[in-house]
Design a protein around this ligand. Structure first.
Ligand SMILES: Cc1cc2nc3c(=O)[nH]c(=O)nc-3n(C[C@H](O)[C@H](O)[C@H](O)COP(=O)(O)O)c2cc1C
Length: 193
């Protein structure tokens, strides 16, 4: 069984992202061999990067049982990620950057999918920035994305997108993620030999 971490980037009161993350978690449940778990950044109020060491060395310097060490352990446990992020000022929220910057090796050689949302651009500018930044962490950003346009978005009583097109796009995204999770999992096992 492979584990996918669904990272919920918005920590805002009344956030739309919470429903979208739960929608993805539910859809991921129908993919054989995938186990999805929620990584809600509200539960991970990581401090800005303020350490003397370079980012690639940070992981081994965190005191045992610190929030950062526990964040590293949570990310290490995962074989891939789906980031659920809004667009804030044409980018993604700062707390997500801090969560990414806090680690290095734990991210390496794992796939990452993006579900973004926002106004007319549907969060696609945040997704573009995320693709650039995650490459530097040796994550493998997927070509497929889900970009939800909030203006007039049809949702059900749980706030889940109810349109068939978005459901299909999310299933495609998860299918691609499952493919890369498998491929890179065996690649990482090869590295450890
Ligand atoms: C600080 C801030 C900046 C925003 N900037 C943008 C933007 O540049 N582009 C956009 O499409 N939406 C923008 N929005 C609208 C958000 O995408 C929308 O409010 C969304 O629901 C936020 O996600 P959340 O509800 O999960 O926090 C912004 C919202 C906030 C709070």
């Amino acid at each position: 069984m492979a584990t996918v971490g669904v990272i919920l980037a918005s920590v805002r009161e009344g956030r739309r992202g919470e429903a979208f993350a739960h929608w993805l978690l539910e859809l991921a449940g129908s993919h054989a061999g995938l186990e999805a778990e929620l990584l809600d950044l509200r539960d991970w109020p990581l401090p800005s990067y303020s350490y003397a060491v370079r980012g690639v060395e940070a992981e081994k310097h965190y005191p045992a049982d610190s929030l950062q060490a526990r964040w590293a352990a949570s990310i290490r446990r995962c074989d891939g990620f789906a980031i659920v992020s809004p667009e804030y000022n044409r980018g993604y929220p700062g707390q997500l950057k801090t969560a990414l910057d806090s680690l290095y090796q734990a991210w390496n050689y794992k796939p990452v999918a993006f579900l973004t949302y926002g106004g007319i651009a549907a969060g696609s500018r945040a997704a573009e920035q995320l693709a650039q930044v995650t490459r530097e962490l040796k994550l493998v950003p997927l070509r497929d994305e889900v970009n939800l346009s909030l203006g007039g978005l049809a949702v059900d009583e749980r706030g889940f997108p109810s349109g068939e097109l978005y459901r299909k796009k999310a299933q495609t995204l998860l299918g691609e993620l499952a493919f890369w999770v498998d491929l890179l999992k065996s690649g990482r096992e090869g590295l450890q030999r």
